[in-house]
Design a protein around this ligand. Structure first.
Ligand SMILES: C[S@@+](CC[C@H](N)C(=O)[O-])C[C@H]1O[C@@H](n2cnc3c(N)ncnc32)[C@H](O)[C@@H]1O
Length: 335
């Protein structure tokens, strides 16, 4: 499958049956993710803010509808910045911040790369091509199991860096700087059989989470993580992974990268005014409007919208006994 910066949904649907359907799934609502942006409403009712994104709406002749922010026109970029605070972070900043986390984890600097100053205050990086050495008390398995989350992820530039989201420049696998890119690099360096590599890659994906409001950006984030898997497998083994393996990864991504209003912990815009009909002694009825308490008092535990579920892959489900227990995102905030 040819792979560029703008991932074409037509290519995904052709090369990997069922995968686009999985990448569009919302595991909380059991429906597809929502557009949750008004940017596509000019295309008709099915593209409304609160409609689900269906494969047919973004494939076939509609195959170019969803494109990364860098390819969107300037007017749309400005509108999205104004309405949703959409401004993406350049790769060199994502790298610098990811380095800070890794400096703390490894207890030393420049593990994956060295930052290099450029003119005008910006930076780039030089990749360290030596095999990553782990501190005495930690192993590469600890590293891929270390759980990370990108909040309000947009196209997820902190997680995967196939391209710089601000310039559109493609980044080669060896020079990538995302959280997941780093986990996959460590796997490459420590595992040689396809079976062990796939198992480790699944662990890395299960420990990488992100959420986002807007459906198009969310899909782009999911697609970028999905293609990162294919690119890395192909880079390592010089052949494409089996369909079953890519479907498994797509399933993990569909859980771990979810659609949520991060301020409320619910599916975007799912809180509503409820109308209660009260009948008095004489048979007269009166409607009472009950507002969402969470929205009124800005209390994250009191919303009447649909609270988002996420998957804890390390815990057993009490009913089935299998690994993987769903839990409400907001309940994690209590811990
Ligand atoms: C400043 S961008 C950051 C995107 C990405 N993390 C980056 O650094 O490039 C902010 C993102 O937050 C999303 N967003 C805004 N309000 C949100 C909310 N309440 N819950 C979840 N995402 C939200 C926007 O859709 C946008 O993609």
């Amino acid at each position: 499958m040819p792979i560029g910066v703008d991932i074409l949904e037509n290519e995904i649907i052709e090369a990997y049956p069922d995968v686009l359907g999985i990448l569009l799934r919302d595991n909380t609502t059991q429906e597809n993710i929502l557009w949750a942006t008004g940017n596509y409403e000019y295309l008709g009712e099915l593209y409304n803010y609160s409609s689900n994104i269906l494969p047919a709406l973004i494939t076939g002749n509609n195959g170019n509808i969803i494109m990364p922010r860098v390819n969107k026109d300037k007017i749309q970029q400005q509108a999205r910045s104004k309405e949703m605070a959409e401004v993406f972070t350049p790769s060199w900043i994502c790298n610098a911040q990811n380095n800070l986390s890794d400096n703390a984890w490894f207890g030393k600097e420049n593990v994956f790369n060295k930052e290099v100053f450029l003119e005008y205050g910006s930076k780039t990086w030089e990749t360290n091509n030596e095999k990553i050495i782990f501190p005495n008390n930690k192993t590469w398995v600890d590293y891929i199991r270390d759980t990370r989350l990108e909040i309000s992820c947009g196209e997820a530039p902190y997680i995967v860096s196939r391209y710089d989201t601000t310039t559109g420049e493609f980044i080669s696998i060896e020079n990538r700087i995302g959280v997941l890119d780093r986990k996959l690099r460590v796997i490459h360096e420590n595992v040689n059989s396809t079976e062990k590599w796939l198992e480790a890659a699944q662990t890395a994906y299960k420990n990488t989470y992100a959420f986002e409001w807007q459906g198009d950006s969310l899909l782009l984030a999911r697609e970028a993580m999905f293609l990162t898997f294919i690119e890395n497998y192909t880079h390592k083994f010089r052949e494409e992974p089996l369909l079953e393996s890519v479907q498994n990864i797509a399933y993990i991504i569909s859980w771990n990268v979810w659609q949520m209003d991060g301020l409320k912990g619910v599916v975007p815009n799912s809180c509503a005014d409820l109308i209660k009909q009260n009948n008095d002694l004489f048979g007269n009825s009166k409607n009472e409007i009950i507002k969402c308490k969470g929205c009124e008092c800005q209390s994250i535990m009191l919303h009447n919208g649909t609270y988002c579920n996420i998957m804890d892959w390390e815990e057993k489900d009490k009913n089935t006994g299998k690994m993987g227990r769903t839990t409400r995102f907001v309940d994690l905030l209590k811990k």
